[in-house]
Ligand binder design. Structure first.
Ligand code: G3I
Length: 381
């Protein structure tokens, strides 16, 4: 599946429509019983972010789920700057190499996350003030990672979370030292090292019009300048109500209209109270005063059936819209494999019990798994 990129695959399908449609229906009906990935295989890649335990073979149950259910992987933390280049030019490739090896072995679409991000950055990068020095480190980082995994990693999240909610550029060390065109500069550097890899800009809260407009303006500028960009990564850290299906649909339509594909890169659905109307993934937001408050952690011993059903219904509605617009979507990736290991147990309040994924704390499929598997894949636009 990996090297059979979607457009070629779709052309192939169209060419053999009469004969193949009957046959492929039979195949997809029987394979839909097998796994999530095969259920959606003609529409988009489906996968999960995996943590270091899974990568290093310390969580075989999680690896079994990934290998049997999904056809794309993202590294939850292992390729981030602070882990892979903790001090200048000292690279630690142990987990990253294993991650790529796992993807290759299972013929998966392998994502690199993330080359340039203000968060989880190595200490030595945090307080740089000199632009030449910053550029040299960025260049070395990109050259080293992108060339090492050239032809193996299929898509890089080149820049992550560069925009503020109002659409202005975040005052990161990269922005301060490299200037307002740093994103484009970094995309160009990445393309130079691996001209064939897909290049993604990744961010959260793209259902908010101002933020989305800023990202899409950037995409259009890249296109006008001949700077390669293949897709926008929509992080999809959502909850049971927000964003609405209409808002999700609008993201897909707008990104597509800007001339690139959409990847839902970090899908999870929080079921816990959110009294501050907090959305997205701004990791500096932490409400430690609520730690241990039972009102903020209402389901410590299990998710009640009615909420479990709401989650299943919400996931089904979301996948219905993904299927409807699957011609515009490259990939859908859950941010984690099972509930116990989700980052949402510790954000924005540490130590809660959240249930955002398709597999429960015992690695068993939840009703949401079934509801996603039951999505009718024939309802494309
Ligand atoms: O580095 C320490 C390690 O030394 C220690 O052994 C371990 C024990 O708890 O903690 C380690 O750091 C943790 C790190 O993940 C690696 O496990 C941090 O405390 C923890 O805060 C960090 O959280 C990650 C978060 O990014 C940081 O911003 C989450 O796992 C990861 O899921 C999350 O992922 C981000 C995406 O990359 C970008 N989009 C938002 C998304 C959610 O925040």
């Amino acid at each position: 599946m990996k090297k059979l990129k979607k457009p070629i695959f779709l052309t192939f399908i169209c060419g053999l429509i009469c004969f193949i449609s009957c046959a492929s229906k039979i195949v997809s009906e029987s394979s839909s019983k097998l796994s999530l990935g095969t259920h959606f295989k003609d529409l988009f890649y489906l996968g999960a972010a995996i943590n270091e335990n899974t990568i290093l073979g310390l969580d075989p149950k999680s690896a079994t789920i990934v290998n049997s259910e999904y056809n794309t992987i993202s590294p939850e933390n292992s390729l981030k700057w602070m882990f892979i280049q903790p001090s200048p030019n000292k690279f630690n490739f142990k987990a990253a190499d294993k991650y790529v090896e796992m993807g290759l072995k299972n013929n998966m679409y392998i994502v690199g996350h993330a080359l340039v991000w203000h968060n989880q950055l190595a200490d030595f990068m945090q307080n740089l003030e000199n632009s030449a020095e910053t550029r040299a480190h960025v260049e070395n980082h990109i050259n080293t990672l992108v060339s090492r995994y050239k032809g193996k990693i299929d898509a890089w999240d080149v820049v992550n979370e560069a925009f503020e909610e109002d659409g202005s550029l975040r005052a990161s060390v990269f922005y301060k030292n490299m200037g307002k065109n740093y994103i484009e500069e970094v995309f160009r550097k990445t393309e130079k090292v691996d001209p064939d890899v897909d290049l993604i800009y990744n961010d959260y809260n793209l259902y908010k019009p101002k933020k989305r407009a800023a990202v899409l303006e950037m995409v259009k500028k890249f296109k006008a300048n001949g700077t390669k960009i293949n897709g926008v990564g929509v992080q999809a850290h959502w909850d049971l109500k927000s964003p609405s299906i209409e808002e999700i649909e609008q993201i897909i339509l707008d990104v597509h209209a800007a001339g690139v594909y959409v990847s839902f890169t970090e899908l999870d659905i929080s079921v816990l109270p959110n009294p501050w109307e907090m959305v997205g993934a701004e990791v500096t937001q932490n409400f430690s005063q609520f730690e241990g408050d039972p009102k903020m952690n209402p389901y410590p011993n299990g998710l009640p059936d009615n909420i479990q059903e709401k989650l299943a219904k919400r996931y089904q509605e979301i996948f219905n819209v993904f299927v409807k617009h699957s011609d515009k979507i490259n990939r859908v990736t859950f941010w984690g494999v099972m509930d116990k290991h989700s980052w949402l147990n510790d954000w924005p309040i540490k130590g809660r019990t959240n249930y955002p994924l398709l597999f429960d704390r015992n690695y068993n499929p939840k009703p949401a798994y079934k509801s996603v598997l039951e999505v009718n894949t024939d309802q494309q636009n």
